[in-house]
Design a protein around this ligand. Structure first.
Ligand SMILES: [Zn+2]
Length: 230
């Protein structure tokens, strides 16, 4: 195998190793609390608190209405059972009764709109609950798949590292350094020559360079410094 071919194989293994490591990293991230699950749980807690607040507000309104209705009933009773004789007293009671009825009506309207608001919050809470269950299920499945893949992933990594080590020994240290220097700056570090041009930067290569690349020598593109593979 020509040196450039060996270096290209080394590069393929390096990229494979990178991909496997990133796969491991992603699995490690998924093992932690899922951001969507966390967000949905926070939303659910906030909605639950809101429903509670709305319920206690409604309860308060109901008590107020009941209290005013009781007072209105007393006035009605007094007015109609003939127990109030004095015209001024009767007038005062009638006026108060009217005021109470207006207040009660206002409170009942508020009650109605608050009930609607509570229904909306409850519906949203249901929806968030469904979304949470769905996402938790998804996350469980992903984690189960990650656990199933973990052993294979570790084995593939070990193999890639070992193959890479062996290939690295089949070239000289300076050739390996040359590849590593280029790889640190650009990928791929080894570029195929296609139709007389460097596939890394797509510029045509001088015939002198093409001639050299046919030999055993390591030749780099004068433009992008990639190692050329003929
Ligand atoms: Zn180039």
């Amino acid at each position: 195998m020509k040196v450039a071919e060996t270096l290209a194989a080394i590069e393929a293994l390096d990229l494979r190793q990178q991909a496997l490591l990133s796969e491991q990293e992603q699995a490690a991230q998924r093992a932690k609390t899922d951001p969507t699950v966390r967000q949905l749980r926070q939303r659910r807690a906030a909605l639950e608190a809101q429903v509670k607040r709305q319920a206690s507000g409604l309860k308060q309104l109901e008590l107020e209405v009941a209290e005013l209705a009781g007072r209105a009933q007393n006035h009605e009773k007094a007015i109609y059972d003939g127990s109030v004789r004095h015209p001024a007293d009767l007038q005062r009671r009638q006026h108060e009764l009217e005021t109470l009825r207006v207040k009660i009506q206002g409170l009942e309207e508020t009650e109605l709109s608050q009930m609607e608001a509570q229904e909306q919050t409850s519906a949203e809470l249901d929806l968030v609950g469904e979304q949470l269950t769905e996402r938790e299920h998804e996350v469980d499945q992903l984690r189960a798949a990650d656990r199933g893949r973990a052993a294979d992933l570790a084995e593939e990594l070990t193999t890639a590292v070992e193959e890479r080590r062996q290939l690295g020994e089949s070239v000289t240290p300076s050739q390996l350094r040359s590849y590593e220097r280029t790889a640190a700056r650009r990928r791929p570090a080894v570029a195929k020559v296609v139709g007389g041009t460097c596939s890394g930067c797509r510029l045509p290569l001088p015939s002198r360079l093409l001639q050299e690349a046919r030999g055993e020598q390591l030749v780099t593109c004068e433009n992008c410094e990639r190692i050329l593979l003929l």
